[in-house]
Design a protein. Sequence first.
Length: 134
Amino acid sequence: MTLAISTTLHADSFDEAVELTRNALAEQGFGILTDIDMAATLKAKLGEDMEDYRILGACNPPLAHRAVDVDRQIGLLLPCNVIVRRNPADAGTVIVEAMNPDVMVQVTGEPGLSPIAADAAAKLRAAIDTLREH
């Protein structure tokens, strides 16, 4: 099992890559609950510089509801994190990575989460696949 579903894209700007990612997720029914700018946070809190790096907390409400119905503690693993980050080895590319929902099944050992994770993975893969076109 891989930790992430990922792709690399070329966008005119990092902000465009974030917007493309948000739109691709929205087309699959995911809303963004959180948007953490790691580069800005590390600069402000520690004075450290790093490449552009955003963590989007994506949630598909019907899938989240199904998962919580199976295991109330699953909220500890929600929302699905999607990382949009500039490739430090190639500033012209942006890497987009979504957490593989199968991780939830592995971590919890709850077999009832398997079909929900499969549905979530299919939607995340569809979103990531649309980004491959850029």
